[in-house]
Design a protein around this ligand. Structure first.
Ligand code: RB5
Length: 144
């Protein structure tokens, strides 16, 4: 699968581990930055990865920031993106099964490598269940 990966400065170290895990599991991975721990703004990378997933250039995305909150909120501003913040491995399964999420987000300052690996395993093992979940996903759209 073609996966886009990005973060802010807080997620750079885990991003490297995620890229290695993805490539080790046969995925084609594009690291969209940043490449140092110099301070950056998470929306820039969320939008970069979000646009590449929404356009179909990449099938799915992985994003990290300190909490995972800023990067997921920002990614969800890109039409077509369903970014899910993953706080425990079960979230990764359910984000695919129920929400048909196409970007998985982690809070680098509130997780560990074992949790990330288990979450990635769950994410790629689970499929969208459709049915009543499709109806709900269809209702996820801009509203006021
Ligand atoms: C950066 O210090 C921090 O605010 C960011 O990584 C993230 O946690 C924002 O939601």
């Amino acid at each position: 699968m073609k996966i886009a990966v990005g973060s802010d400065h807080a997620g750079v170290e885990f991003k490297k581990e995620i890229v290695a895990w993805l490539e080790g599991h046969g995925h084609t991975c594009t690291d969209m930055g940043p490449y140092t721990e110099d301070s950056v703004d998470y929306p820039d990378y969320a939008h970069k990865v979000g646009r590449s997933v929404a356009s179909g250039e990449h099938e799915q995305g992985i994003l990290l920031c300190g909490t995972g909150i800023g990067i997921s909120v920002s990614a969800n501003k890109v039409p077509g993106v369903r970014a899910a913040l993953c706080c425990r491995p079960e979230y990764a399964t359910l984000a695919r099964q129920h929400n048909n999420a196409n970007i998985l987000c982690f809070g680098a300052r509130f997780t560990d490598l074992a949790t990330i690996h288990e979450s990635l395993h769950n994410w790629f093992s689970a499929d969208f269940e459709g049915g009543r979940h499709q109806r709900r996903v269809d209702k996820i759209e801009p509203c006021c």
